[in-house]
Design a protein around this ligand. Structure first.
Ligand code: ARG
Length: 403
């Protein structure tokens, strides 16, 4: 059994109980490592320190990983327009590998022989924590106390009181929420009935479309080599961009997702998300690719995007296939530079215009007016040969066959 573990600490009920529980039941020293990927509020770092210490942590670390998360994880995801099952921009799935990178680094710093997480046995997050750990540091053990302890939420709250751990949790818990810069994932409670419409109370990033401003608005997103770099012509950092865009787009009631998704462990699960910034950026990026990617590259890229999303979802961020696919994605982005005009209306966000200095849109080829430079006479032979195989089939075996 491990002697010292670095725990992915959120400051919530489960991971707080896990600190003391692992010490008592497994006799391990616990280092708490809280990684900020955009979910932490003002002053939360102090609360985390106090709670972890009260729970009996030997060390507490709070790491600001926002810039790194944006540049090293969100930009690659955006390059691949990564959306699991065509809908979910992989909010939680993207945060796990960056958290694991920090857990492993912290384990090295503190001479730990294990890392730990507070995931249950039913979800995807345990898969992501453990597979990433095994990819980065196969020598480390992974401890998953929540998976084995058999405690209910009420038991945990009683233990917190008994052990003097200051927590705010109440026995009634409405939702399980995981959030970061890329959006929020909301599960449990009434949402477990897939027929029930989501109530409005769990949403914080998106307004109800009925309460959105009635005046439409436009916002211009600029990209350089596939990465977002400006808003309305002004250069902004990625973290600022995601924040500002999310606020504007969310106010128009755009960005809510309601789906039943296939978890890695074989369960179908009803998931509700709000992802105003990520959905708007993916939409803008896809639109700019429409004008900048050569046709066959675009077609092949779409097929591979599905694989990238699956790899991220399934905990395979740190894998050789992910590296190879990312190299492909990077190679497609060289000329994905330009601007997209996003138009916002209540509950809607769509591209209403785009321009790219190295775009492939050629007005003289596309136009039907007098400046038309397309060689119409070439089409005759081209289309005849394109259809030759099907025509031959028809004459011999198909509807055109005579007797
Ligand atoms: N279903 C999503 C995913 O697997 C969200 C998971 C959210 N996690 C949570 N602890 N609520 O990526």
């Amino acid at each position: 059994m491990a002697k010292r573990v670095v725990l992915a600490y959120s400051g919530g009920l489960d991971t707080s109980i896990a600190v003391r529980w692992m010490r008592e039941h497994w006799g391990v020293e616990v280092v708490c490592c809280a990684v900020d990927v955009g979910q932490m509020r003002e002053g939360e770092s102090d609360v985390i320190h106090r709670r972890a210490e009260a729970a009996g942590a030997v060390e507490v670390e709070v790491i600001d990983a926002r810039d790194e998360f944006a540049a090293g994880f969100l930009v690659p995801a955006l390059r691949a327009n990564a959306m699991y099952e065509g809908k979910y921009p992989l909010v939680s799935a993207l945060s796990r590998p960056v958290i694991v990178e920090h857990l492993v680094a912290s384990a090295r710093r503190h001479g730990a022989d294990a890392v730990g997480h507070g995931c249950t046995g039913k979800g995807n997050d345990q898969v992501r924590f453990e597979v990433s750990t095994r990819a980065l540091a196969p020598d480390l053990e992974v401890l998953a106390p929540v998976r084995t302890w058999g405690l209910t939420r009420a038991d945990c709250i009683d233990l917190a009181h008994q052990w003097g751990i200051p927590i705010e949790a109440t026995k009634e818990k409405l939702y399980s929420i995981d959030e970061n810069m890329w959006g929020r994932a909301i599960e449990c409670g009434v949402l477990e009935n897939p027929w029930s419409a989501p109530p409005s109370d769990p949403f914080t990033l998106t307004r109800d479309p009925g309460d959105a401003p009635s005046e439409p608005r436009e916002i211009i997103v600029g990209f350089e080599a596939g990465a977002p770099v400006s808003l309305d012509g002004e250069a902004v950092s990625l973290v600022e961009m995601i924040d500002a865009l999310g606020t504007t787009v969310g106010a128009y009631g755009f960005g809510r997702i309601d789906m039943v998704e296939n978890r890695r462990v074989g369960i179908k699960s009803r998931e509700v998300y709000e992802c105003p910034a990520s959905l708007a950026l993916i939409l803008a990026h896809q639109d700019l690719e429409g004008v900048t990617l050569e046709r066959d590259v675009a077609r092949e890229k779409q097929r591979l995007e599905i694989r990238v999303a699956e790899l991220i979802y399934d905990g395979l961020w740190h894998s050789p296939l992910m590296r190879a696919l990312d190299a492909f994605m990077v190679s497609t982005q060289e000329h994905v530079t330009g601007e997209v005009r996003l138009r916002l209306e209540p509950g809607r966000c769509y591209a209403a215009g785009r321009r790219a200095p190295r775009g492939l849109y050629d007005h003289d080829l596309a136009t039907y007016d007098a400046s038309d430079a397309f060689r119409h006479e070439d089409s005759d032979g081209f289309v005849r040969l394109w259809g030759l195989s099907v025509e031959t089939w028809s004459r011999r075996q198909g509807p055109g066959a005579t007797s």
